[in-house]
Structures are given as structure tokens and as C-alpha cells.
Design a protein around this ligand. Structure first.
Ligand code: UD1
Ligand code: UDP
Length: 387
């Protein structure tokens, strides 16, 4: 009788620091935990605190190492420096076989850079998103482009994202179209859990989120005023879960607190957020992830930004990039609330971000590469260059 040979699992470090990274790496962590091919090593950086902690339950994996880099109102340069140094230390100590980073945050860039310095190959989840404008969104467009230079595996959510990467000279054999893991997570949560919607009983329900750095200050104040004008219709309820960022709160709280028809709430846990999204009629947002989730729940999304790295939803007709001008916000929202044909067109446009199998595709590609005869290095062509 032959004895089964035990295969040593691939030690995969998942670096996450903000709410969207936890949400979008959660299905990857869950899939790793459910199988035996990978040992997930979750490292949280603490770029976010409350907003990250309320998402960690989605991972189904304990956090192995928790860094604590958050400082109130810290500069991006301080945050980045602290992250690279601390993550480098963790990687030196743990020696994972690979490091996974997601998206375009400072945590993701620092995770990729620290891994490169330690000569550990990097897998980039949600690779290839581009606006083509280096400082919009700021600093995310630069972050994701730099991660693109570093990564060994580029897991692109859509064919267009994959084309950006190959267009930048990334070898095709390192680029994989997987769909976005946010859809995996949303489908899983809607099937698993029961959240509570933050809406009361108003006729027309608008879900709003605002946090982008390039919108902070006067522009965000104007957007707040547009919400007050919408609420003055009298037949709408606006729910706005407020980002924890002081730069967001100091503008929106004085503008919107106590206004009739506007509920400012603390950041919602994912189950509750999904339930709130499922119950709304219209989404106004400058968030990245919500642009992906809204179309998959048939909710028209007005994107309050001047650029988007997710043009697929706009091209499909599920989202509209309307900018940050208060007039445009009020008139587009009114139009969608009052014109059923226009509303239906957007609500039925469909979701271009995947079918909920992105994490399975990511794991199967990684498993294949680690099982191959060629040792895994920083590029697809093998181990490290000694040139
Ligand atoms: C960051 C990401 C952005 C992502 C967003 C998701 C960067 C440069 N930006 O936004 O890409 O879309 O997170 O939400 O990585 N704070 C708390 N508790 C929290 C979270 C934040 O108190 O749980 C406060 C802290 O004072 C913190 C500030 O909010 O310094 C801003 O957080 P930060 O991660 O810097 O937010 P953004 O850079 O705006
Ligand atoms: N989200 C949440 N609770 C909230 C607001 C957002 O769970 O109160 C989720 C939302 O479903 C999406 C993600 O957070 O998946 C988006 O995060 P955020 O807008 O902070 O960042 P971005 O996607 O812009 O990077």
C-alpha cells in the first residue's frame, strides 16, 4: 500500500490595511483556508483601524501579524516609509513563498515594494486599472502603476485591464483575466448572511459614499450641498455612511448633520452595507468598489468623480461618470429618480466585473505555477536574475 505523500503548502502572505483590501482579499483567504495547497499568512498593516476590523470576520482566517501604522492625519510619505520598513521586517522573519497585495492603496504599494526588496514574488489582485491621469485618483493611479512594475502575477478583473498591462510591456504570460474578487465576496455574503438595511421607509432611497482625497475640501462641500438640495425634494431618504477620515468628516458633518432626509451613519459592516445597497434605488459614490457592486445588484450608480478606472460599468450603461459639480449631481439624480425609462436602462445594464469565480481562478493559477518544475522567481521566466 502506498503512503500518500504530504505536499507542503505554499506559504502565501496576504497584506491588507484598508477596508476594500479586506473585502476583496477575503474570498482569496477563504478559498485558501478551505483547501490544503496554501497556508494563508494574513498581515494587517493598520492603515485603517475600525473600518478594517469590522471586515476581518469575512476572511475566515486569523490575522497572523498586526502592525499598527495608523497615525491621525499622517502624511502619505510617513505612512509609506513606516509601511515599507515594518512590512520588510515581517517578510524577512516569515519568508513567505509569495506576497499577495490588492488594488492601489499605500498598503498595497508598500507591500509590493517590501516584497521586492526581500526578493519575494508578488501577486497583484485587481491589476491593470488605469485612468491614465497620474494624479487622479491621487495617489492610487501611481500606486497601481508602480505595483504593475513589481508584480510577478497580474490578476486583471477585465480584458480591458489586462490590455493596459500588456500595453505597458508586461509579458502576456504574467497577466490573467479573472473577474473581480469583490463580486465573489458580494455573492457569498448575499447567499450566507442577513444584514440590516440602514434605510427607513422613504419612497426613494439614495445611498451615498464620499471619501476620495482629490475631492476633499471645497469640492466635497459642494457635493454635500447638492445632497441637501436633493433631500429638499421631500420624497427621498439619503443614507451616507461616513468614512472615518477626519478630512471627510470635518467637511460633511457641519454641512449635513441634522438635515431632514439625510441619515449620516457610521461605516457599515459588510453584511449591513450589502443589505443597504440591495434596498436602495440609486447610488451616488466616489468609491471604487461600490462602482463594481452596484451594477451587480442592478442599482444605477452616479460616479462623483472626473475620471474612473472602471469604465466598463460606464460603457455597459450601468454607471455614469458625472463629475463633482453640484448642478450635475442634482440634475442627474433627479432625472434618474423621475424618469423610469432612463432608470430601467441603467438598472438592467448588467455587471461587467465577473461571475464570482475570480478567487478560484487566482488560486488555480498560483497552484499551477508553484507545482511547475521551474522555480518561482520575480518574473515568469524563472528564478532571480544574477546579471
Ligand atoms: C484609503 C486609500 C484609498 C481607499 C480608501 C478606502 C490610500 C492612499 N488611500 O483612503 O485608496 O479608497 O482608503 O476607504 O491608501 N481613519 C480612522 N479609522 C479608520 C480608517 C481611517 O480613524 O478605520 C482615519 C485616520 O485618521 C486616517 C484617515 O482616516 O489617517 C485617512 O485614512 P487613509 O487610509 O489615509 O484614507 P485615504 O487615503 O483617504
Ligand atoms: N463598504 C462597507 N460599508 C460602508 C461603506 C462601504 O462595507 O459603510 C464597502 C463597500 O461595499 C465596498 C467597499 O467598502 O466593497 C468600498 O470601500 P471604500 O469606498 O472605502 O474604498 P474604495 O473601493 O474606493 O477603494
Amino acid at each position: 500500500m502506498s503512503t500518500p505523500t504530504s505536499v507542503v503548502p505554499v506559504r502565501a502572505m496576504l497584506v491588507l490595511g484598508t477596508r476594500p483590501e479586506a473585502i476583496k482579499l477575503a474570498p482569496v483567504a477563504r478559498a485558501m483556508a478551505a483547501g490544503s495547497q496554501f497556508e494563508p499568512i494574513v498581515v494587517t498593516t493598520g492603515q485603517h483601524r475600525e473600518m478594517l476590523h469590522q471586515m476581518l470576520g469575512l476572511l475566515y482566517v486569523d490575522v497572523r501579524i498586526a502592525l499598527d501604522v495608523m497615525r491621525r492625519r499622517q502624511q502619505l510619505s510617513d505612512l509609506t516609509a513606516r509601511l515599507v520598513r515594518d512590512l520588510g521586517g515581517v517578510m524577512r522573519e516569515q519568508r513567505p513563498d509569495l506576497v499577495l497585495v490588492q488594488g492601489d492603496t499605500t498598503t498595497a504599494l508598500a507591500g509590493a515594494l517590501a516584497a521586492f526588496y526581500e526578493k519575494i514574488p508578488v501577486a497583484h489582485v485587481e491589476a491593470g486599472l488605469r485612468t491614465g491621469v497620474i494624479d487622479n485618483p491621487f495617489p492610487e493611479e501611481l500606486n497601481r502603476s508602480l505595483i504593475g512594475r513589481i508584480a510577478r502575477w497580474h490578476f486583471a478583473p477585465t480584458p480591458a485591464a489586462a490590455r493596459h498591462l500588456t500595453g505597458e510591456g508586461i509579458p502576456e504570460e504574467q497577466v490573467f483575466v479573472t473577474g473581480n474578487t469583490v463580486i465573489d465576496n458580494l455573492m457569498w455574503v448575499l447567499a450566507e448572511g442577513t444584514g440590516t438595511s440602514a434605510f427607513g421607509g422613504a419612497a426613494k432611497r439614495i445611498l451615498v459614499t464620499l471619501h476620495r482625497r482629490e475631492n476633499q475640501g471645497e469640492r466635497m462641500r459642494g457635493m454635500g450641498r447638492a445632497l441637501t438640495r436633493l433631500a429638499a425634494r421631500g420624497d427621498v431618504e439619503i443614507v451616507l455612511p461616513l468614512h472615518k477620515s477626519p478630512a471627510v468628516r470635518e467637511v460633511l458633518l457641519p454641512e449635513l448633520e441634522g438635515q431632514r432626509g439625510i441619515s449620516l451613519v457610521e461605516p457599515l459592516g459588510y453584511l449591513d452595507f450589502a443589505a443597504t445597497l440591495a434596498e436602495c434605488d440609486l447610488v451616488l459614490t466616489d468609491s471604487g468598489g461600490i462602482q463594481e457592486e452596484a451594477p451587480s445588484l442592478s442599482k444605477p450608480a452616479l460616479v462623483l468623480r472626473t475620471t474612473t478606472e472602471r469604465p466598463e460599468a460606464v460603457e455597459a450603461g450601468a454607471a455614469r461618470l458625472i463629475g463633482t459639480d453640484p448642478e450635475a449631481i442634482v440634475s442627474w439624480a433627479n432625472r434618474l429618480l423621475d424618469d423610469p425609462a432612463e432608470y430601467r436602462r441603467m438598472a438592467t445594464a448588467g455587471n461587467p466585473f465577473g461571475d464570482g469565480t475570480a478567487s478560484a481562478r487566482i488560486l488555480s493559477q498560483l497552484a499551477e505555477d508553484f507545482a511547475a518544475d521551474v522555480p518561482v522567481g520575480l518574473t515568469a521566466s524563472g528564478p532571480y536574475s544574477t546579471a
